[in-house]
Design a protein around this ligand. Structure first.
Ligand code: MN
Ligand code: MN
Length: 462
């Protein structure tokens, strides 16, 4: 055998997905991403993502899960957990003892949350105070158009849902920054403090209340506009979840339109393909399928709607109970793709990765055998056996995929919901779409990767 053939036989080779896919498949990838962009525009908060996923699932025949029901193979149910996280379930033809195939992703994204006493006036300008949510570079959130989304519960427990800044005719909001001419002192601050946490104040108005003399007349004017429009007073902010997110829509990026730029792709870029694969697949699967769309991942998965919460475990208990099967027996026989984004290598910052073990855009979803930091700390490190099974499933289905680490050893790292599902005795592995500018207001993904992620989920359903 000559060297070329021997290399072909023995060496592991990664290839750009755009060179592997046929013209027809590339068109399918582009078409799939139109639906994805729509989902991003409709779902800028975890609540909106749940609403949209439920809407699409109901169109395909999914109904609310009723504990105590003995569901027949093919049954399509969902559990809406407090409007903020979601379980979709398709009951398989095999008995539940065989376990379920679980896809877990998250639908919360980094953002600025409005404080409980947020409204104030300073120098005749009105603002809202914020507390950022998740890992952000704070300076990236200044001087861009921002929208306000969320839920307010009035004193009488009635609910107000708001989304301002998305329609072209809506006003938007903004965090201001200094002009360069006066920024000499500011520019000496470390980057983490170029804009400090307490400087992330949202500009919301500047015209004073005109009919009479009083202090805080700009704040009063804003309070009066908000009262007229939403029937809420300043005290109603006490019981509100209001999120400031970028006001722009998902857009194609590049002359070749090969990429998508949008807010919140971590982790809606995995959530959308996951639930789409489930609801698009008509045949009854062999093993029961579960799709988890979790909240609170960006702040540690705590709380009743995060993956550390018990809602998922309880759901599995309830699913098995009518058959007399303990939930833990279903879980122990299950496997899980913990679908969360990977850090794509950025050619402008190549030193952050080991290039041989880095994720490249257009090379398909990334399998991360482990995450964690400083010696894999805090990681779910998938077994060779399970990685082998995943590898075979993806290869047999012709899915383009790659492996990577989250970055150079000892540089950074991170975690996902994988560890919390693995703790339930479920074989779990991290897989996800590579993202450029992760956690920025405008994150970049490649369309081929989004589509191959969808194909990967379909491969596991089949
Ligand atoms: Mn994520
Ligand atoms: Mn994240």
């Amino acid at each position: 055998m000559n060297a070329k053939d021997l290399k072909e036989k023995l060496f592991y080779k990664k290839e750009n997905g755009c060179l592997i896919l046929s013209d027809e498949e590339l068109k399918k990838a582009d078409a799939f991403c139109e639906g994805y962009k729509q989902f991003l525009d409709n779902g800028k908060t975890e609540r909106e993502c749940v609403t949209e996923a439920v809407r699409q699932a109901e169109e395909k025949g999914y109904v609310p899960f009723v504990p105590g029901t003995k569901y027949a193979p093919g049954a399509k149910v969902y559990l809406n957990n407090r409007g903020k996280s979601l379980i979709l379930c398709r009951v398989g033809s095999e008995p539940l003892e065989k376990g379920a195939v679980i896809f877990a992703s998250h639908i919360d994204s980094p953002r600025l949350d409005i404080k409980q006493v947020p409204l104030y006036e300073e120098m005749e300008q009105a603002f809202l105070k914020t507390h950022y949510y998740g890992g952000i570079k704070k300076y990236q959130w200044s001087v861009i158009p921002l929208a306000l989304h969320g839920t307010i519960i009035r004193k009488d427990l009635s609910r107000v849902t708001v989304a301002i800044g998305e329609d072209d005719s809506d006003p938007v909001f903004c965090v201001t920054d200094l002009l360069p001419h006066l920024a000499q002192e500011q520019m000496k601050r470390p980057a983490a403090e170029i804009i400090k946490g307490e400087e992330l104040n949202i500009l919301i108005g500047s015209r004073p209340f005109r009919t009479d003399e009083a202090s805080d007349r700009v704040k009063l004017n804003i309070a009066s506009i908000i009262f007229e429009k939403y029937g809420i007073t300043e005290a109603d902010f006490l019981s509100a979840e209001l999120e400031i997110v970028p006001a722009f829509k998902a857009r194609d990026v590049g002359f070749d339109r090969s990429m998508i730029g949008a807010y919140g792709q971590d982790d809606r870029v995995c959530s959308y393909p996951a639930f789409k694969a489930l609801i698009d697949h008509d045949e009854i699967p062999a093993r029961t399928q579960l799709v988890l769309l979790a909240d609170k991942e960006e702040i540690g998965s705590n709380g009743a709607t995060g993956m550390k919460g018990a809602f998922f475990k309880y759901f599995v208990d309830d699913l098995g109970a009518p058959y007399g099967i303990a939930g833990h027996r279903i879980l122990s026989a299950s496997c899980c793709l913990s679908a969360d984004v990977g850090a794509a290598i950025d050619p402008s910052f190549p030193e952050t990765h080991d290039s041989r073990n880095a994720a490249y855009i257009n090379y398909g979803p990334v399998i991360m055998k482990f995450t964690g930091s400083r010696g894999k700390g805090g990681s779910n490190d998938a077994s060779a056996e399970f990685v082998g099974a995943v590898r075979k499933t993806l290869d047999d289905a012709g899915v383009i995929w790659q492996t990577s680490e989250l970055g150079r050893v000892d540089l950074g790292g991170g975690g996902t919901v994988a560890a919390f599902i693995a703790e339930l005795d479920v074989d779990t592995i991290d897989i996800g779409v590579p993202v450029l500018s992760m956690h920025a207001p405008f994150e970049i993904t490649a369309k081929t990767d989004v589509y191959e992620m969808y194909k990967a989920f379909l491969a596991f359903i089949k």
